[in-house]
Design a protein around this ligand. Sequence first.
Ligand SMILES: [Zn+2]
Length: 172
Amino acid sequence: MALLPILTAPDPRLKKKSRPVETVDADVRQLMDDMLETMYAAPGIGLAAPQVGVLKRVIVLDIDREEVKTGPLFMANPEIIEASDEDVSYEEGCLSVPEHYSDVVRPAKVKVRYLDRDGARQEMECEGLLATCVQHEIDHLDGILFVDKLSALKRTLIRKKIKRRAAAATKT
Ligand SMILES: [Zn+2]
């Protein structure tokens, strides 16, 4: 396994749409394992392949809270096939948008269909933090960051901060 560098906004690769994987082969499994290790080291509870510069529809998750402990989850080509009418608001953060946290409203429950690490087709009912996290990671596969879901005003404030930081980083 290897640690992969995590891209941060405004890297243009984070805005691209990722392509489905054809099969979960050894390369995809290697990517999944490296992503999991990278996520644990960050530390984070979810990571999508475009965050490490790979434009493939692959995400990994591991939620370890009192109310939900998932263990490591590997998903290729994840799709939301059902979403509740009921919404919930969670304070989200993102390894690619460091130091920013904001409330995001999303469906409270979703059913996700995906291929697991063995390439087997799975469906999983998700609620609570898991539902939020799965939707956040799938958004990454479509080039959407959680800051894109906020009100225009909040978004402008966060973008300004990101630009300032990027400008500061290039000065050194
Ligand atoms: Zn994220």
